[in-house]
Design a protein around this ligand. Structure first.
Ligand code: NDP
Length: 451
């Protein structure tokens, strides 16, 4: 049998050759493969080329690409591209969000789908991994335009999804409004009330309490668990948060509930710093109600807040950091600035927001680093709870869902922490989360034969 490191190198080279021009997918694969050597050494059946287990994990079960034509308010026709990558269903129906952003291409969707497989396995809730989206840009589009786009998107997607097959949810650019339009069109085309086909629905029509809050809340709870291991609490700490969307807003809310002081929020144009701490009601009014920019926050907040155009929140000194916008938004230089500023813990609300060099720098500097696969799994976990409620035609109270979320985040932290220790990498949550997720999916695949 080959040395595990050589086998992993072969796999990486093969993925890059077979999936050209997909840098985000290569990055996500490399990040997982880099942590698997100890598990290959301990369990040679995982590494055996004759079984091709990892090759099967690296190849999506199905990749769907489709045309999405739609008409704007002036009668002009636009054509976008839609994607759904059904990555792995060994543990349950494909599950993962839809992203509407101009940067979306097949490589981005595959990176997100690949990450989702391991994240969903970590939740222990019986969900496989998938992801989808479109290069459609919702910024500046009217409600009617977004509705027509969503209806056209679902007119193709509906034939591929279902409560037992594939269950999409939101992601960047897809929130409650878009899920409503998508669900309405699914229902109309299929003539079925199949609530469990999408998650992130409104609470009045099949949605779960706490689903909008879940990713941000979970990311803060994960940080609290990492700090507890080090004998610290969030109460009284300062925080930097990037983004100002779903994940960022509820990260800020939970931080404030736990007595921490979030100082920043950002969007693609720059960031705001508020010396008094973010006024969440004002930020929500601007982002959720008016769908405006964070720069408006500084104008309306008065003296304590400033907008830094083009700036990065990581230059603000703080005790804890929550990258909650998008991939590769926190570089090695940013990590250096954060460590100089005294950061103790980093919890990834976004998917793959920290570059590999920055992750290494945090780990070498002894900073508690929570990778997105573990730290932001609260969102998909509550989506799975939404599916459970839909299947039983019941609605749980917000308190019950929040208690379940807290218990799931504690358990994800414990599994990642214990697995890292078991494989001689104490405190390394990247290794712990990757191996724990990998073992669950790998064992299911092996048990189910050559599929
Ligand atoms: P939203 O669309 O609600 O918000 C995204 C935020 O990130 C906005 O402030 C946006 O600013 C900013 N942003 C997006 N792209 C870029 C970019 N290229 N450069 C700079 N800023 C950018 O998305 P979510 O909050 O739902 O998602 C944020 C992250 O969290 C993503 O990585 C997503 O995959 C991840 N995630 C989300 C989950 C969920 O439940 N929603 C679950 C798990 C992970 P602007 O408006 O200017 O584009």
């Amino acid at each position: 049998m080959k040395d595990p490191k050589d086998r992993l190198d072969d796999l990486r080279v093969d993925v890059e050759r077979r999936n050209p021009a997909q840098p985000e997918f290569h990055q996500a694969v490399r990040e997982v493969l880099d942590t698997l050597a100890p598990v290959f050494a301990a369990r040679p059946e995982y590494a055996d080329p004759a079984v091709a287990l990892v090759e099967r994990l690296l190849e999506p079960e199905r990749q769907i690409v489709f045309r999405v034509p739609w008409t704007d308010d002036r009668g002009r026709v636009h054509v976008n591209r839609g994607y759904r990558v059904e990555f792995n269903s060994a543990l349950g129906p494909f599950k993962g969000g839809l992203r509407f952003h101009p940067s979306v291409d097949i490589g981005v969707v595959k990176f997100l789908g690949f990450e989702q497989v391991f994240k969903n396995a970590l939740t222990g809730l019986g969900i496989g991994g998938g992801k989808g989206g479109s290069d459609f840009d919702p910024h500046g589009r009217s409600d009617a335009e977004v509705m027509r786009f969503c209806q056209s998107f679902m007119t193709e997607l509906y034939r591929h999804i279902g409560e037992h097959t594939d269950v999409p949810a939101g992601d960047i650019g897809v929130g409650g409004r878009e899920i409503g339009y998508l669900f309405g069109q699914y229902r109309r085309i299929t003539n079925r009330w199949e609530a469990g086909v999408l998650t992130g629905k409104g609470v009045g029509w099949g949605g779960s309490a706490i689903r909008p809050e879940a990713t941000g809340y979970g990311s803060v709870l994960f940080a609290a668990e990492m700090l507890a291991v080090r004998g610290t609490v969030l109460d009284g700490l300062t925080a930097v948060v990037s983004g100002s969307g779903n994940v960022a807003l509820y990260t800020i809310e939970k931080l404030q509930q736990l007595g921490a002081n979030p100082l920043t929020a950002s969007d693609s144009q720059g960031y705001v710093i508020d010396d008094k701490g973010i006024d969440l009601a004002l930020l929500r009014q601007i982002k959720e109600v008016e769908r405006g920019r964070v720069s408006e926050y500084a104008q309306r907040r008065g003296g304590s807040a400033r907008f830094i155009p083009g700036g990065r929140v990581w230059e603000v000194p703080a005790d804890v950091a929550f990258p909650s916008a998008t991939q590769n938004e926190l570089t090695e230089a940013d990590a250096l600035a954060l460590v100089r500023g005294g950061v103790q813990a980093v919890s990834e609300g976004a998917n793959m927001p920290t570059t590999p060099a920055a992750v290494r720098f945090f780990q070498q500097s002894g900073i508690a680093f929570g990778p997105g696969k573990a730290a932001n799994a609260g969102g998909v976990a509550v989506s799975a709870l939404e599916m459970a409620q839909n299947a039983g035609r019941v609605s749980w109270t917000a308190q019950r869902v929040e208690d379940e979320l807290a218990s799931i985040m504690r358990s994800i932290h414990a599994v990642a922490h214990e697995t890292a220790a078991r494989y001689d990498a104490p405190g390394d949550y990247v290794t712990g989360a990757n191996i724990a997720g990998f073992e669950r999916v790998a064992d299911a695949l092996l048990a189910q034969g050559v599929i």
